[in-house]
Design a protein around this ligand. Structure first.
Ligand code: CU
Ligand code: CU
Length: 323
């Protein structure tokens, strides 16, 4: 009799625990998908395009090249507003490559002094370019109107998609010193430099004329790079000199894994995720380059220093896109 009672207690306790666990799971799933409000201002302003303070009349999202990093979770609703500053001289628009909408509606141009509001559900995990699509699009993109939206997978990290120790955003773009002639840009005439996160040799202390800070990690750490090819005419041959991409996730989707790549070709407007793991026990450096020499020597070289002295805050939180 006593035994049976114990058994019944055991059964009801297990059932109770199971019910609570189910509740928590269902609740956390319901809570997970949220609405993320994103507001951007189109701002036509002068920015520095190198580490020596050379000014350039840019068109931007939020006053800097590239625009702000947008980071959401798969399934989130992005509630977006574009405000086109009334001081601007041009119409601007927003084209999120992560959205499944109507090009003639959500992505249509906004006149100076006007604003545009739309929503989309970020249903595909990965990394995506966003950019202004107003005419002439080549000019608006080279002028600086682009950025990245990261859609983290709803499953989180796994064996196939391990948690990285550090994350960095690198966005490459073409710089035309004389960007007034839109058709010259379309025809790649007058392409003077390549920018990484808006600057020539931004994180390359060897080639930069001004003070440049390399990206940092500790020996043996997994560094994840979210890369966007925001060039208008040139593909990118992305290679980490003195290293190997341990994994490449095409379009940043954890399901699209390629192992052990030396160089990965990145099409115009493509975004992808690459992981690199440096040797442990010694300080090393990688030069992350566009192996296409005409782009590397125009500014597309980024140094990653793997040293025990690495700043513990770099490549984390809001420091994944060092300005
Ligand atoms: Cu624009
Ligand atoms: Cu596009």
């Amino acid at each position: 009799m006593g035994k049976k009672q114990n058994y019944m207690n055991y059964r009801s306790i297990t059932g109770f625990i199971f019910a609570i666990a189910l509740c928590i799971t269902l609740n956390s799933q319901a809570v997970e998908a949220k609405t993320v409000k994103v507001t951007m201002h189109a701002i036509e302003t002068a920015v520095d395009i190198d580490n020596s303070g050379t000014k350039y009349d840019a068109w931007t999202f939020g006053g800097a090249i590239p625009g702000p990093v947008v980071r959401v979770k798969e399934g989130d609703l992005v509630d977006f507003t574009l405000i086109n500053d009334k001081k601007n001289g041009n119409s601007h628009s927003m084209d999120f490559h992560a959205a499944n909408v109507d090009v003639l509606d959500e992505f249509s141009p906004v006149k100076p002094g006007d604003s545009k509001h739309f929503k989309f559900q970020a249903n595909s995990p990965g990394v995506f370019m966003y950019h202004c699509g107003a005419a002439n699009m080549a000019q608006h993109i080279t002028k600086g109107m682009f950025g990245i939206i990261i859609v983290d997978p709803k499953e989180g990290y796994s064996k196939a998609y391990p948690k990285p120790d550090r994350e960095y955003v690198l966005i490459q773009s073409q710089y035309f010193k004389d960007s007034g002639d839109a058709m010259a840009i379309v025809n790649n005439v007058g392409w003077t430099n390549s920018l990484i996160n808006g600057k020539i040799f931004h994180y390359d202390p060897l080639h930069s004329k001004g003070l440049a800070n390399a990206l940092e990690s500790k020996p043996g750490e997994r560094v994840r790079i979210f890369f966007v090819n925001a060039n208008v005419n040139e593909p990118v041959a992305l290679h980490p000199i003195a290293g190997i991409w341990e994994r490449v996730y095409l379009n940043g989707n954890p399901k699209n894994i390629i192992h052990g790549m030396a160089t990965i070709n990145v099409a115009v407007s493509e975004a992808l995720t690459v992981d690199i793991v440096s040797p442990s026990g010694r300080t090393t450096n990688n030069a992350i380059v566009d192996h296409t020499m005409k782009a590397a020597l125009r500014g597309a070289i980024t140094v990653l220093t793997n040293s025990p002295d690495a700043d513990p805050k770099m490549g984390k939180g809001d420091k994944i896109l060092p300005r």
